[in-house]
Design a binder for this molecule. Structure first.
Ligand code: GLU
Length: 401
């Protein structure tokens, strides 16, 4: 993923005529933290925080807890965060954190200890004006609440703007939970409008039915979109119904801890889901979901990258050549960080917005970025992925269109 992220930045920068020195500067990581967290039960866990770029504002990016996290992945994700906040024109930079752990194997006390220890290690390097972490894969508002509490105890900070993605009771923003999924739908709707497809009934499949995937389907089903959900998967397996699946039922089933292998519907594997003959494929699980290994199976003509880095470079080349339109992660899943910014803004100004206001602001940011993206892609005859990275770099380097 690091190679893919760097290649995308480099190629977009070259298209904009940047010098090698400027490209090197864009790829330079400002600061890296690597440390071990020891839990009371004796377990030692590897932890990272990578602070890539803070030229536009404080570093910003989530923390993931996953057994396959590695340093290079966190570096790639930090670079993508810089590109994401810049593409959306937010006054923020880019960073990312990760801990090599399977949180499902920890009890609540150990999970809390891990979350608090992570903050103790980084307390001098994070904060409302320095670096503002947030949830990512396998982290949620409960974990962020522990973190923000630990930070307040250690530093006397009372703003609670040191983290975003908090529970609403602890200073979080209404609408943050649904923001990434909602933002993805706004982005896709703009793309469909651009392609003259907004009134057409289209089928879609969702790989990864976690927070992001499930909210995407819920918001789609509530907003009278013409999209018909026909398949969904979790990390274990998938379900398929060509007549349509009910987003609300699926979300309730998953919220109650269900696994799709136990859902009463036709069963398919994750790989079968990726190869389904649907109009739109939503990738909302992990990175590298589509690679040279399975790219030839993809039949969808539109892919929405709701996960970070779900299509690798080789697969991207092949798909784009074959006429598949990929809505790139740094725009498609930016709804989360947009509402994170709104949460931070509310905390800094002592405000509490209602959900309608948050959603309206989210829509404004997403629509503006999408219109700029579509225009740039048309003007420069480049893919949406290339255009998204060009847009980010134009904002970073103050290049006017
Ligand atoms: N983890 C999310 C992302 O990858 C959100 C980051 C944030 O809100 O800072 O965009």
């Amino acid at each position: 993923m690091l190679d893919t992220a760097k290649a995308l930045v480099k190629s977009a920068a070259q298209k904009l005529g940047l010098s090698q020195a400027e490209i090197d500067q864009l790829l330079t990581i400002n600061k890296e933290h690597q440390f071990e967290i020891e839990l009371s039960e004796g377990q030692r866990l590897q932890a990272y925080r990578v602070q890539h770029n803070n030229q536009r504002g404080p570093y910003k990016g989530g923390i993931r807890f996953h057994p396959e996290v590695d340093f290079d992945e966190v570096r790639a994700l930090a670079i993508l965060m810089t590109m994401k906040t810049a593409a959306l024109d937010l006054p923020l930079g880019g960073s990312k954190g990760g801990v090599v752990v399977d949180p499902r194997k920890l009890n609540t006390a150990a999970l809390e200890q891990l979350s608090r220890e992570y903050v103790r290690h980084l307390k001098d390097y994070i904060g409302p004006d320095k670096d503002i972490p947030a949830p990512d894969v396998n982290t949620n508002s409960t974990i962020i609440d522990w973190m923000v509490d630990e930070y307040s105890v250690l530093t006397d900070d009372v703003s609670r703007a040191s983290f975003t993605g908090k529970s609403v009771a602890k200073g979080g923003s209404l609408g943050r939970d649904a923001a990434t999924g909602r933002g993805g739908l706004i982005a896709l709707t703009e793309l469909l409008r651009h392609q003259g497809l907004e009134k057409k009934k289209l089928t879609y499949a969702v790989q990864g039915f976690g927070n992001v995937g499930s909210f995407f389907t819920l918001v789609a089903s509530q907003s009278h979109s013409k999209l018909v959900l026909v398949a969904a998967s979790d990390s274990g397996s998938g379900i398929y119904n060509e007549k349509g699946l009910n987003a609300e039922d699926l979300s309730k089933f998953k919220a109650a801890g269900g696994r799709f292998k136990d859902y009463a519907s036709k069963q398919i594997s994750n790989e079968q889901l990726i190869g389904l003959d649907v109009d739109v494929l939503i990738l909302a699980a992990l990175g590298d979901a589509v690679t040279e290994r399975n790219v030839d199976n993809v039949k969808a003509k539109i892919i929405v990258e709701l996960a970070n880095g779900p299509v690798n470079e080789a697969a991207y080349e092949k798909l784009t050549r074959g006429g598949c339109v990929i809505l790139p992660d740094i725009i498609a899943n930016a709804g989360g960080v947009v509402v994170s910014y709104l949460e931070w803004f509310q905390n800094m100004h002592g405000e509490n917005w209602n959900e309608a206001k948050v959603n309206a602001e989210l829509k404004k940011y997403m629509t503006k970025a999408m219109l700029k993206l579509l225009k740039l892609s048309d003007q420069k005859h480049v893919s949406l992925t290339e255009a998204a990275f060009m847009l980010a770099i134009m904002h970073l380097k103050d290049i006017k269109n």
